[in-house]
Design a protein around this ligand. Structure first.
Ligand SMILES: [Mg+2]
Length: 297
């Protein structure tokens, strides 16, 4: 073998090694991916354990603004998934950080609960009940007509309408309950003003989570069960996208969407089995062509 041929073989193996080791990570939706209601989805704990063993960075990403990071950690721990505050990124955090960038030290009238109030306070916002810069709406059970009337008046007087997310409903053990999007729709209808939403699928939230991991979106995969939020946001941001069928989307729903996930798996447990075979190398080829991930399944 000539020296140049030997050199090119050793360069190719070095490139392959770097490809295998290239830093990559995951944003992982929670409801329908890790759990349904208060029940863990089988295999989800194994997937998270593997990520920790391999020191692959990840964040749990939720469009539920009701809970603080600490509340989410407590829920996960109860289900046998040990977690720390830093593992969690909520749409309440994304919304509060976004507002702090847009208008530092501003004021907000809030229809929402602890997760949203805490995030706003931590980002230098005062929660007020008159003349706010923003009316901010999140999930919760505190919604009533008195709050709606106050919010409508403030928005009509120039306060900007911000939604933590526009999910129309949320799954529960008993079916569904109205989501933040349903409540925001009432304010929009009454005022004729459209809300700006920061949660998934807005890339603002997903980009912020990637930044927390120190990852370029192109080196991260969004794992979720909802096409309209998880997968759409991932596609818009140029992330890799993995749909799990353990939540709201069924395989037969996919043909009606104009965009598609790169990989479809039954659950996080099934994804762990697939990645075990690849020794947890990134499940995408790091070439400009980016062939469909489904090729590896
Ligand atoms: Mg979900």
């Amino acid at each position: 073998m000539s020296r140049s041929a030997a050199n090119s073989i050793s360069m190719a193996s070095e490139m392959a090694r770097r490809t295998t080791l290239r830093r990559h990570g995951y944003l992982i939706d929670m409801d329908g991916v890790l759990y349904r209601g208060s029940a863990l989805i089988p295999g989800a704990d194994l997937f998270i354990r593997r990520l920790r063993e391999r020191r692959i960075p990840f964040r749990f990403l939720t469009n539920n603004s009701q809970r603080t990071r600490r509340d989410v950690v407590a829920k996960l721990s109860r289900m046998g998934v040990p977690a720390e505050d830093d593992d969690v990124f909520t749409c309440a955090m994304a919304t509060a950080r976004f507002l702090a960038q847009q208008k530092p030290g501003g004021t907000a009238f809030v229809i929402g609960e602890g997760g949203l109030l805490t995030a706003l306070h931590q980002n230098g916002y005062a929660v007020v009940d008159h003349d706010p810069d923003y009316v901010v709406v999140g999930e919760g059970r505190t919604f009533n007509l008195e709050l709606v009337e106050a919010a409508v008046r403030m928005i009509s007087n120039g306060a900007k309408l911000i939604a933590t997310n526009l999910d129309p409903n949320c799954p529960t053990q008993h079916g569904i309950r109205p989501g933040c999007g349903a409540m925001v729709a009432m304010l929009e209808a009454a005022t004729g003003i459209k809300a700006f939403s920061v949660g998934k699928p807005n890339p603002i939230m997903m980009r912020a989570a990637c930044e927390e991991l120190g990852l370029d979106p192109a080196d991260a995969a969004m794992i979720g069960d909802t096409m309209e939020t998880d997968i759409l946001g991932g596609v818009q941001l140029g992330m890799h996208t993995i749909l799990v069928l353990s939540g709201g989307t069924r395989a037969e729903d996919l043909p009606r969407y104009a965009f598609r996930p790169e990989l479809v798996v039954d659950s996080l447990g099934a994804l762990a089995t697939t990645l075990d075979r690849r020794r947890w190398a990134p499940p995408w080829r790091l070439s400009p062509q980016r062939p469909a991930l489904s090729a590896i399944a």
